[in-house]
Design a binder for this molecule. Structure first.
Ligand SMILES: NC(=O)c1ccc[n+]([C@@H]2O[C@H](COP(=O)([O-])OP(=O)(O)OC[C@H]3O[C@@H](n4cnc5c(N)ncnc54)[C@H](OP(=O)(O)O)[C@@H]3O)[C@@H](O)[C@H]2O)c1
Length: 271
């Protein structure tokens, strides 16, 4: 069954994507990619910083999947924010990914002093057709509001850490109000809390795993979700989340699990 999608204007993004941060060897990458394709994933989330764009390019180009059936995301690393470097780095990403267009290109972090120029450069890269959509990652409301002063086009996506234990309701509301699709990274909180009583009870209630409850929460919040795994059984498990639905009581109980748990870098103090 195809994964549900979310509109990005004139095309769509599959709601579940495989995160590939820390997938570090060709063998591991190829095995994870093939398991993901088998399980129904068509969306892959890489980054210049992950140093595995070339592994993604190699894996998809020898697969039987057509380019137009894949959704490839990558992110511009901080060192490449100066305009000249950004444009060169996009060409390098295209080469590594073995494609002539990237579906979604994000600025990886709201770098002080450089993010405005980097966004303008991203807009001009988009105009060349090398990128279908542009967005940001790790942007807070303050960073997004700031963009209204200089952006010709606002980001279509903001990829941030989001999970049952870090729900960021103000940011979620802001993005909804401004037509920005949220992508939930580290949706399993890196496995740092796999013992929460509420999540466990819901897993028992629905005959699902702990991870599936965490991921389903993101789906019901209308987000794109990006679980990472190199374990074929987990890759399968992490997309098998579309055959049950929470009640409003379940959602209330999950809402109460929010405790501002950050497991990755925090952008909140970046002016
Ligand atoms: N934009 C950013 O700044 C940013 C930052 C962080 C992450 N991301 C993106 O988000 C993706 C996911 O985030 P993440 O890698 O930080 O963390 P995550 O997906 O929350 O957690 C990954 C960890 O959970 C384990 N796991 C996966 N499925 C599981 C399951 N069903 N049951 C139990 N454990 C499971 C994985 O182990 P195995 O692999 O060993 O199975 C791995 O150790 C990244 O790969 C990346 O694409 C973006």
């Amino acid at each position: 069954m195809p994964t549900p999608t979310i509109s990005l204007g004139d095309y769509t993004i599959p709601q579940v994507g495989l995160g590939v941060w820390k997938v570090e060897t060709n063998e591991q990458f190829e095995a994870a990619f093939n398991a993901a394709i088998e399980a129904g994933y068509r969306h892959f989330d890489s980054a210049q910083a992950y140093k595995n764009e070339q592994m993604l390019g190699a894996a998809w180009s020898v697969s039987s999947i057509k380019r137009e059936d894949l959704f490839l995301t990558t992110k511009v690393w901080l060192d490449n924010f100066p305009a000249g470097r950004l444009k060169r780095s996009v060409d390098e990403s295209l080469q590594k990914l073995q494609t002539d267009y990237i579906d979604l290109l994000l600025l990886h972090f709201p770098v002080i002093g450089l993010r405005k120029g980097a966004w303008k450069a991203l807009e001009s890269v988009k105009a060349t057709g090398k990128v279908r959509s542009i967005g940001v990652s790790n942007y807070t409301i303050r960073h997004l509001e700031g963009m209204k002063k200089y952006a010709s086009e606002l980001p279509i996506v903001n990829q941030v850490e989001l999970h049952v234990f870090l729900q960021q309701p103000e940011l979620v509301d802001y993005c909804r109000d401004n037509g920005i699709v949220l992508e939930a990274y580290s949706p399993l909180a890196h496995g740092k809390d796999m013992a929460n009583e509420t999540v466990r009870k819901l897993a028992d209630k629905y005959g699902k795993s702990y991870a599936q409850i965490m991921l389903r929460w993101c789906i019901e919040e209308g987000m794109v979700v990006l679980p990472k795994s190199v374990t074929p059984s987990r890759i399968q498990e992490n997309i098998d989340i579309f055959d049950f639905k929470f009640t409003s009581d379940d959602l209330q109980a999950l809402k109460a699990c929010d405790r501002d748990l950050r497991t990755c870098w925090s952008p909140v103090h970046v002016p």
